[in-house]
Design a protein around this ligand. Structure first.
Ligand code: ATP
Ligand code: LTN
Length: 328
């Protein structure tokens, strides 16, 4: 069986180092071992209100960041979800297979709807659209951060349910979750995931933050009072989170980082951490600025949409046929 990888990052806010760690860095690392589809799930972004101008800009920004981070558009198919209408169509077919109860149990839905007077029905059915994204391309592997594991599991359940009822149509995908950096926590609070939706800007570092801003944000990151650079999530969650970030961005192992800062205070450690992150992000930022306003970016996205449409139509037609729709 061909190994196919598919994943995406929503253009609902500016990309931070958590999303880079759990997701984009994985795309780059795996692109040569799979046939890859990396997309911008812009239809997913509108589950909560998006300013149209910002949605437009962020969608292009993300595509440019995919390329700047090292995804080769000649190898991987890079596209915008809204350019491939089969996603919305398959999502509707799959909604007939999803149960109200299982969607109610999705933790992301519970988190994002908590305390709100009204939420869109799209926020509730969002995991079904995600299942459609994955199943349309017969993806075998889906690299995601820890918080998306439940959605990939739902995708597996929906695919199996559909296959049982209508005959084998979909490949059952596997989530790919790396050991270090699958859940980067906020710099202000290690009990909350680093999130672009957090109103506190010091809680995250953005991929496009200036070096001076990155240094300032890490210098303000919360730590504890025992001044020892040791990895232990139970007793030292703040420092453990920073060590994970250091490891992802420097490529050094956690024990090597502990050893390097043995007997030194947090000041030197935080400085080293900021420099490791800056060293990784500077070349990405440079390439981003070179391509963001270029016609090349539009051409890559147009070409990606053509390739994605071709692959998606094969599965969509098979699913429609299997369900009994008249197809020609
Ligand atoms: P929000 O921050 O608004 O909740 P999100 O960051 O979860 O959104 P995306 O930007 O679409 O949503 O996430 C892209 C990918 O990055 C997903 O695979 C997600 O699991 C991963 N990811 C996001 N935040 C983190 C984090 N703090 N640590 C590790 N991986 C993350
Ligand atoms: N739900 C994901 C984004 C997403 C995705 C996908 C990830 C939408 N469709 C398909 C992997 C595969 C999120 O909130 N981060």
């Amino acid at each position: 069986m061909n190994k196919r990888m598919l994943s995406g990052i929503k253009p609902s806010g500016d990309l931070n180092i958590g999303g880079y760690s759990g997701s984009l860095s994985q795309f780059v690392a795996n692109q040569h071992d799979y046939e890859c589809f990396f997309f911008i799930p812009d239809l997913h972004a509108i589950t909560v209100y998006q300013d149209p101008k910002e949605l437009h800009q962020r969608s292009r920004d993300l595509a440019a960041l995919y390329i700047a981070a090292g995804i080769d558009p000649n190898k991987a198919t890079i596209f915008l979800q809204s350019q491939v209408s089969a996603h919305a169509e398959l999502s509707w077919l799959l909604e007939s297979q999803a149960h109200f109860g299982e969607l109610s149990r999705m933790t992301q839905f519970k988190d994002k709807s908590e305390g709100k007077d009204t939420v869109s029905s799209a926020l509730f059915t969002y995991p079904v659209l995600m299942a459609a994204d994955i199943l349309l391309y017969q993806a075998t592997h889906v690299p995601v951060g820890d918080d998306q594991k439940q959605h990939v599991e739902l995708t597996r359940d929906l695919a199996a349910r559909f296959n049982n009822k209508y005959g084998k149509t979909f490949v059952i995908p596997e989530p790919v979750i790396q050991e270090t950096g699958a859940r980067i926590m906020g710099l202000d609070d290690p009990t909350n995931k680093m999130s672009k939706s957090n109103p506190n800007q010091n809680s995250y570092v953005l991929l496009l933050d200036d070096p001076a801003v990155i240094r300032k944000k890490f210098s303000r990151a919360v730590t504890d009072s025992d001044m020892c650079v040791r990895y232990d999530w139970d007793t030292k969650p703040e420092v453990s989170n920073l060590i994970e970030i250091y490891s992802v961005f420097s490529g050094e192992s956690i024990p090597a980082i502990e050893k390097q800062y043995e007997g030194q205070g947090y000041g030197a450690f935080k400085k080293g951490l900021a420099e490791a992150v800056i060293a990784k992000l500077e070349p990405i930022q440079k390439t981003y600025h070179e391509i963001i306003n270029s016609k090349d970016l539009d051409d890559i996205l147009k070409d990606g949409a053509v390739r994605a449409n071709e692959a998606a139509q094969v599965t969509l037609q098979a699913a429609k046929r299997a369900m009994g729709f008249v197809t020609f």
